[in-house]
Design a protein around this ligand. Sequence first.
Ligand code: FDM
Length: 216
Amino acid sequence: MSNITGTRGKLILIEGLDRTGKTTQCNLISSRLNYKYYKFPNRETPIGQIINSYLTKQVSDIPLSDQSVHLLFSSNRWEFQNEIKTALLNGQNIIVDRYIYSGIAYSVAKNVAGMDYNWCSACDRGLIKPDLTVFLINDGNFDNHGFGDELYEKHEFQVKVSQVFMDIFYKQENKDYISNHFKQLDVSGMNIEEVYSNIESIVDSFTIKDLNLLLF
Ligand code: FDM
């Protein structure tokens, strides 16, 4: 499907808490609307494989500090920048499943001294910014049922992450982005098709105003 302006593709990001159905929705958008799909972390690259071992709690010879884990996630995004840029400039629309905001939210939620918003966002400066971020929330009644076994899949930590997501989006410096490039969608009680039809209408009605790529 060609983009609306005919000159470059749109970059749409689906962010949100665990278990809000991001991956299901990204797959649907990709197959039904012909968006190229990127999921972060991408666990296939050498860097992604280290991230995967960390998330799945596999014992590593080299214990990773929280700082190095954060930088690995960022590096994993940088690995795909040229590819994403080329695709967008060729008119390909792209859907991304997690990106910078997950990067900041999960790391800041760890509450490690020095790893504040500024530190965590610095390594992502210059990455292509999504034209539109759709942030999925649920009623917050997540318990440990339905979570998998990965490192961050714990109720208490997820509550912290959700607070940090809100702090990030409502920061003064993100105000312009929030007014023009951001939609929050509460998916509580909706089935997959209902969520999809909401996202589809948000995506369809969004047009890019700036022909240059946005950068963080
Ligand atoms: N995550 C994801 C981070 O901590 N930092 C990041 O930069 C990104 C992109 O990794 F817990 C976390 C978020 C989540 C985990 O899980 C990835 P999924 O199920 O593959 O999205």
